[in-house]
Design a protein around this ligand. Sequence first.
Ligand SMILES: [Zn+2]
Length: 307
Amino acid sequence: MRSLTVMNMKFLISVASLLAAFSSVALSGADWSQKVAKSLEGITAENPKQERKLLVYSVTRGYRHKSIPTGLETMRLMAQKTGAFEVVISDDMNNFEPGVIDQFDAICFLNTTKDVFKPDKKEWKKMNSEERKQAGERELRLQKSLMNFLKGGKGFIGIHSATDTYYSWSEYGEMIGGYFDGHPWNAGTPVCIMVEEGQEEHACCAHLEGASLNFKEEIYQFKAPYDPNKLHILLKLDPEQNDLTKGKREDESYGVSWIKHHGEGRVFYSSLGHNDHVFANPKVLEHFLKGIQWALGDIEAEVKIGE
Ligand SMILES: [Zn+2]
């Protein structure tokens, strides 16, 4: 009887934890909106120097993250609640056409994957050879247009799988600062992300007051052109608090967020954004907001590359 009671208890506990786990991943869109809105309540943006317009693009030609709708809603609410920028959430490639792109101050690739200026496979199959030729020409035109936009002094923000994008276009890798090379710490791993030493006062990190972020998140390993000496790293995996033997980098450099220039342009990248909860975390939201405002040109922040 006693052992049966213990067994019942164990069963009940496992059902309860299963339900809890299920409910945490099964929040509806409206619930996420409420969570994000609440997290944004205490966050104040810097006053923009002028009206700013951000394009958020989330086209995928490979893996599609389930957190994309949450991420887009976060960007919408961040714009609405902070007044830091106007946001255009659109997967329309025409926004990258020369001339059209100039209306924006920065572009955000939010969980994009692979070759995002190419037609998708279904479209491609239906195309005749002339249409395919035109699609190829358009891809090159949009690539050039995005780089001209950036080099001329605009901004780029990459979220999570923005580094799992355009392996076939080396300038993109150089611009963003590295390519995805697996995630030795998968989505269910409790990780400890620390502020890079010396960056405690940086405009994008000061709100953390030197404290680490501790939650479950998928953390990327990067390959070339990733080079910590060519990036201004803001957040990284804490080497003391995480199992770095899971990774394969000899330099044990596992940057999580960084900033850099590309020509005159400002690039902010963070590999956070696999799990939905990340987009509702007030500390992450403030980090994203500061990074976005820096990329938009409204926050002064030091970019120090190579020591
Ligand atoms: Zn992911």
